[in-house]
Design a protein around this ligand. Sequence first.
Ligand code: GLV
Ligand code: MN
Ligand code: MN
Length: 414
Amino acid sequence: MATGLSDVELAAGAKLMARLDAFAAFTDEPGRLTRLFLSDAHRRAAQAFIAWCGEAGLNARVDPAGNVVARYEGKSAGAPALMLGSHIDTVRDAGRYDGNYGALAALAVVEALAAEGERLDHAVEIVAFGDEEGVRYRTTLTGSRALAGTYSKDALNQKDSGGVLMRDALKAFGGDPERAGAIRAQNVAAFVEAHIEQDPVLEAEGLPLGIVTAINGATRLEVGVDGMAGHAGATPMALRRDALTAAAEMALAIEARARAEPNLVATVGRLEVWPGATNVIPGHVQFSIDLRAPDDSRRAVALADLTQRIEAVAASRGVRATLAKTHEADAFVCDSRIVAGLAKAVGSLGVPPRLLPSGAGHDTMIMGGLCPAGMLFVRCKGGVSHNPLESITLEDCAFGLAALTRFVRDFHIL
Ligand code: GLV
Ligand code: MN
Ligand code: MN
């Protein structure tokens, strides 16, 4: 490999890649990677993370909100911290790098410092967030919200599809629902997250790394459609109030609205049908909407349009639609000093620093409410993510870790 990486950096990258492979074994479903928030696989992954921290001399723990956290002191105890991390929950049938890369890279940075007995002017805190994907419950980013001081206790009353309350799952996991809303991080100078790109821009430009300038804002909605269940054989077509065909028309209207505007994306990613029988006209449907844009005012206009279109479809089909917002995060602009610092670290590896926005959401956009925050992207194959085909090269893995480590060594309290 002809790279600007030292042998030590290449070896650290190889170790990180091996860990990412080993970590993918923590799954709730045999044969594919599914690690939902507070699940058994999440618990086993958190324990492995804590054990690896222990090997590096770090005393890691599960915090009240279900994050794994650890601190590597600087030259003086109690110094302000640079916090590094990402999430270790996954979507269903996930790739192994989304989130996990940044959480394990954060640990690898501390291992590099600890191996040299190196203490910096600042402490380094690492975090493996538990709830970024928002798959199990209809909330998301609760781990970073807890550390950023914006936790909503309503989240604890959410039930998963099996009726398990987040409050109970969190307690069983080792968290503390009573304290989850009271753990705003103190004395954090900045937060930085390394993550795979999930977009094919870096690949198209032949670059291993990118520095994120901004993250799209997002709204998530839960839509309930009430029609009328009835006999599939006996009810004439003209007399039906079919909740599923109404929802299908709504999904197409949502897609059409998003297609009509550059940079706006909207997805209906989950749809459930009741009673769900071959010979019964669907009486009730629940579906999700995920709407994102780089511009918050454009997202607000699109949201109003979508609401109107859904109501129009409901009226024309004689069904009732109820919309509930389950998540809202404004677009986030990364801190310019962190962008500059990451660009310097990337440049020091002989890699041209490429600045780019993120279409995907990240814990960084929440942590940015607490302290200056930024992100480093690592090229992934074809930009494919939320898919088991997610892939990065060993060399890019090492480039990302080396850039993050160099950034941390060079970091000065903002
Ligand atoms: C997280 O992967 C998100 O952007 O939804
Ligand atoms: Mn992610
Ligand atoms: Mn993801």
